[in-house]
Ligand binder design. Structure first.
Ligand code: ARG
Ligand code: ZN
Length: 434
C-alpha cells in the first residue's frame, strides 16, 4: 500500500507528458509547523541530521517553516516527523521540475529588432548582463552617472557600484545607499536594484517624481554584493540554483560546504550573543566565517560604507523572500533600538503604500519579527557606520507563498514596479525626517 501512494502520475509541463514518479526520490519542500519549543528543537536537529535547507526557518513555538529536503532523506524526514507528531505537509513534490517550470525564460540572441529595454528590463539578468546594463546606463543616461567597482570578490569578480546624481549635485550631498544580492539565490533582489537604477537613471516612463528624488538625494547602489554566489546560481540543477553564501573555498574541502554567509560576517556584535543566529560549521548555510570581515565581499562593503559615512541618510539592503521590512537590531531580540518609533515611522511609508497595492508587509525589529542573526549589514550600518535609518527588506513573494526563492520570471515586472512605488514613498518620508 505504501508503495502505491508514493508513486503517482503527474503532468510534466516541461516535457508535455505524463510521468510516473517515485515521489520519494525527488527534492521536496516540506511545510512544517512547530507547535512547541520541543518541536522547534526537534526540527533543528532534523535539519542537522538530514542536511535540510531552510527556506524559512522556525525559531519559536507556533511558527511555520519551509524546508528543502534532499531526495535521499525524504523518507527519513517523513518518518521522523510522523513519529514525533509534528504537523507537516509537502508543498512542492518535485522541486527540480518546479524549478524548470518557473525558470528564467529563454533568451533569443539573434532578435535584432529587440530594444535594449525589452531585452534587459524585468528579467533575471546574469552577472555579465548586469555589467552590460550598467555600461548602457552609463552611456545613455541624461543625469550624472558614475559606474565602477568597489573591489573584487573571492573568485576575483568585480563588485559593481553605480552612483546616480542630479546634474547639479555636489560632493557630500545626502545619499540613499542601496545594496542587493547579498544572498545569491534571492534573485528578485538584484532585479529590484536594476529596476531602481533604470527608473532613476533612464526614467523611460517620464515619472515626474524622479527629478524630485534626485534633487533630494544622491543614490549609491551596489546591485550585486555576492557575484560569485550569483554566478553559481546560474549553474545547472537545483543545488546550484539554491546557493546562498559566497564561494570561499578556504574553510572546507567539500564543495557542498564552501562559502560564508555574508549577512553573518559584518563586524558589529559579531557572534556576541548566545542566540547570534550564525553557525560555526562551514557546511551550514549560515556559516558566519572565522571572524568578522573575513570575506572580501563584506570587507569591500564595509569600506565603501565607512567612506560615505557622513552623508548616508538611509540604507536599504534588499533580500527575499517573505515581505518583511526590518530595522535593527538583528543580533539580539533582547535589545530594543532606542529610536524605534522614528525607524518605524519612516518605514511605514513604504509598508502603507505597498498595502494599497495588496502587498502585506510585516514591519518590525529584525530579531523579534524574523529571527536573531548577528553580523548583518543593517546592524553594521546602524551600529558602526552610524546611519540612523538602516533597513533590510525581504521582497516578495509573501512568506506563505510556495514559490519562495523560485519566484517565476513573469512575476518580476509587477513586483519590481509595484515595489518602486513603495520605495518612492519611503524616500519622500525619509526626506521629511532627516
Ligand atoms: N533574511 C535575512 C538574513 O537571514 C535577514 C537579515 C535581517 N538582519 C539581521 N541583522 N538579522 O540574513
Ligand atoms: Zn537574504
Amino acid at each position: 500500500f505504501l508503495a502505491l501512494v508514493s508513486c503517482t502520475l503527474y503532468w510534466c509541463h516541461t516535457c508535455q507528458a505524463y510521468h510516473v514518479t517515485a515521489w520519494s526520490k525527488k527534492y521536496k519542500v516540506f511545510r512544517i509547523f512547530a507547535s512547541s519549543e520541543e518541536n522547534v528543537q526537534l526540527i533543528h536537529d532534523l535539519g542537522h541530521t538530514y542536511n535540510l535547507d531552510p527556506w524559512r526557518d522556525v525559531y519559536r513555538a507556533n511558527q511555520t517553516g519551509d524546508f528543502l529536503v534532499r531526495p535521499n532523506y525524504v523518507d527519513d524526514v517523513i518518518h521522523k516527523l510522523t513519529e514525533n507528531r509534528i504537523d507537516h505537509e509537502i508543498i512542492i513534490h518535485d522541486a527540480e521540475s518546479f524549478l524548470h517550470e518557473n525558470t528564467r525564460s529563454q533568451r533569443f540572441p539573434r532578435d535584432v529588432t529587440e530594444t535594449f529595454e525589452q531585452r534587459y528590463r524585468s528579467k533575471y539578468l546574469t552577472y555579465p548582463e548586469i555589467l552590460r546594463f550598467l555600461q548602457y546606463v552609463n552611456t545613455s543616461s541624461n543625469v550624472n552617472i558614475q559606474v565602477g567597482s568597489i573591489g573584487k570578490s573571492f573568485e576575483g569578480r568585480d563588485m559593481p557600484f553605480i552612483k546616480i546624481q542630479s546634474n547639479d549635485s555636489w560632493p557630500g550631498k545626502r545619499t540613499i545607499f542601496i545594496d542587493a544580492g547579498v544572498h545569491s539565490r534571492e534573485w528578485i533582489s538584484p532585479a529590484m536594484a536594476v529596476e531602481i537604477i533604470h527608473r532613476l537613471a533612464l526614467n523611460t516612463e517620464n515619472d515626474r517624481a524622479v527629478n524630485k528624488l534626485l534633487e533630494m538625494f544622491d543614490w549609491l547602489i551596489v546591485p550585486l554584493v555576492n557575484p560569485d554566489g550569483y554566478v553559481q546560481t546560474f549553474s545547472k540543477g537545483l543545488e546550484g540554483r539554491m546557493w546562498r553564501k559566497n564561494r570561499n573555498k578556504r574553510y572546507s574541502t567539500n564543495p557542498l560546504c564552501y562559502g560564508v554567509d555574508l549577512n553573518r560576517n559584518f563586524g558589529f556584535q559579531w557572534n556576541n550573543s548566545p542566540e547570534h543566529g550564525g553557525s560555526s560549521n562551514p557546511c551550514s548555510g549560515t556559516f558566519s566565517g572565522p571572524r568578522s570581515f573575513s570575506e572580501p565581499e563584506t570587507l569591500n562593503m564595509g569600506r565603501l560604507l565607512l567612506s560615505n559615512k557622513d552623508h548616508i541618510a538611509g540604507y536599504i539592503s534588499f533580500h527575499s523572500f517573505g515581505q518583511f521590512f526590518l530595522y535593527p537590531w538583528g543580533f539580539s531580540s533582547d535589545v530594543n533600538i532606542e529610536d524605534e518609533p522614528d525607524l518605524h515611522h519612516v518605514a511605514s511609508a513604504f509598508v502603507d503604500r505597498m498595502k494599497r497595492k495588496d502587498y502585506i508587509y510585516n514591519l518590525g525589529g529584525s530579531a523579534k519579527t524574523l529571527y536573531p542573526a548577528a553580523g548583518g549589514s543593517d546592524d553594521y550600518v546602524r551600529g558602526v557606520v552610524g546611519v540612523k535609518y538602516a533597513y533590510t527588506v525581504e521582497l516578495p513573494p509573501h512568506e506563505n507563498s510556495r514559490y519562495g526563492f523560485l519566484l517565476p520570471e513573469k512575476e518580476v515586472k509587477s513586483v519590481v514596479s509595484d515595489t518602486w512605488e513603495g520605495l518612492k514613498s519611503f524616500a519622500f518620508r525619509l526626506q521629511q525626517h532627516t
